[in-house]
Design a protein around this ligand. Structure first.
Ligand code: ARG
Length: 403
């Protein structure tokens, strides 16, 4: 039997690598994707080989992740439950799809992941497996094995000579990529406790953020961020740069109670400076270039899109159809936004677009005003006619009763 395992090199997947070989007497092939965090591909390969991997894949997917996954989600304005920019949720379908590709190449019988039985990630992996490889067996060691705690996993690792990181393990469970860091567990499980400063991994606290504000400019072309402070960037590099600037100013810390797919509420911390800044900035161009009805309609699309991503329905017909809608409406979202970053705040202070629908002569209260004030009377008359008729009828009835 041949199994392809999504492998991060952490404790869970290292133990899983060994466990799969023992339990299924299988050849296990590992697959690791780079989508943000520094991964030393040589180290990962060595580590996997040492733990008995039959073959080892490490791939840099950072550009594909930015262009094919982050960008559509940004264009959708998708924030799950109005807050979570979906960093972890977005990465799973990409990794799962690549896992399937490797499974085909290697003629494997099964795919495996290191997700636990109560999270969203297992769903995200397996829906992609269902969609692209319904014939492959899916193995989730963490749902199957008898190891009940981290300590038991470490014990297993020691027994099998699996090298586990010797540095003191953070008390939190962390997943990160360039679109954001997800932090959970430990003291954070008490939703009424302020997160300790050490829970945050990249952002400065408000106290430590610089006293002086910083202004930045972001230029978008048809909904795609193209320039930062006038300099052209490839999307993934722009996000990395923006993460650094935002993190310095304490921007992008999110603390929320979130509804998981499996039915439980959980307390989650996210750090996503670039995501917070870009969502805000793009929305600002949309406010200039989209007409009122499209803006209001898009609000509904945003929340639906976020649900689809969160639920792991990335490769679904509805998501594809929504992308077509979004690409259409973004044909005009070209322009530049000026933002002021200061002590955890990201404030839009200016915006302009060649496709702007804003008309100063219409909007102004100065003598240059060309708006036809007189036509407003007739407009309100008809807009409110049904209200007026209803009230008149009521009045009539009351008068009849009295007489
Ligand atoms: N709650 C978030 C989500 O469902 C983050 C999950 C973090 N995953 C992890 N393996 N630590 O997208």
């Amino acid at each position: 039997m041949k199994i392809v395992l999504a492998y991060s090199g952490g404790l869970d997947t290292s133990v899983a690598l060994k466990w799969l070989q023992e339990k299924y007497k299988a050849k296990v092939i590992t697959y690791t994707a780079t989508i943000g965090h520094e991964i030393n591909s040589k180290d990962i390969k060595e580590k996997a080989k040492k733990t008995g991997a039959y073959n080892v894949y490490v791939e840099d997917l950072i550009k594909e992740f930015a262009n094919e996954f982050i960008l559509p989600t940004l264009k959708a304005g998708a924030l799950y439950e109005k807050k979570y920019p979906l960093a972890t949720a977005l990465s799973r379908p990409l990794i799962a799809k690549k896992l399937v590709d490797v499974a085909r190449k290697e003629n494997a019988d099964a795919v495996a992941h290191g997700c636990s039985g109560k999270g969203n990630d297992q769903v995200r992996f397996e829906l992609v497996f269902f969609s692209f490889a319904p014939d492959l067996k899916i193995i989730a060691p963490l749902r199957e094995w008898e190891l009940k705690s981290r300590e038991e996993e470490i014990e297993y690792a020691k027994k099998h000579n699996i090298s586990v990181s010797t540095t003191k393990k953070s008390p939190y469970s962390i997943d990160d990529n360039i679109w954001g860091t997800s932090i959970e567990c430990g003291i954070l499980e008490d939703p009424d406790q302020e997160p300790p400063e050490d829970a945050w991994t990249i952002t400065n606290s408000i106290e430590k953020a610089p006293q002086k504000p910083e202004y930045i400019k972001i230029y978008f072309e048809e909904g795609t961020p193209k320039k930062l402070n006038g300099n052209k960037y490839e999307l993934s590099s722009l996000i990395i740069e923006l993460n650094e600037i935002g993190a310095k100013h304490g921007i992008g810390r999110i603390d929320m109670i979130e509804d998981r797919l499996v039915g439980i509420k959980s307390r989650e911390l996210y750090e996503a400076p670039a995501a917070v800044i870009l969502h805000k900035a793009l929305g600002e161009i949309e406010n200039l270039t989209l007409d009122r009805e499209t803006i209001h309609f898009k609000e509904m699309i945003s929340s639906k899109y976020a649900q689809l991503v969160y639920y792991g329905l990335w490769y679904s017909d509805l998501k594809e159809a929504l992308d077509a809608f979004l690409n259409k409406i973004h044909q005009n979202t070209t322009g530049e936004v000026n933002l002021k970053l200061h002590k955890g705040n990201c404030v839009v202070v200016g915006r302009k677009s060649e496709n702007s629908l804003y008309d100063m002569k219409m909007a102004t209260y100065s003598p240059e005003d060309i708006f036809n004030h007189k036509s407003a009377k007739g407009f309100i008359e008809l807009f409110g006619l049904s209200l007026k008729i209803k009230a008149l009828k009521k009045l009539e009835r009351q008068r009849k009763k009295k007489s």
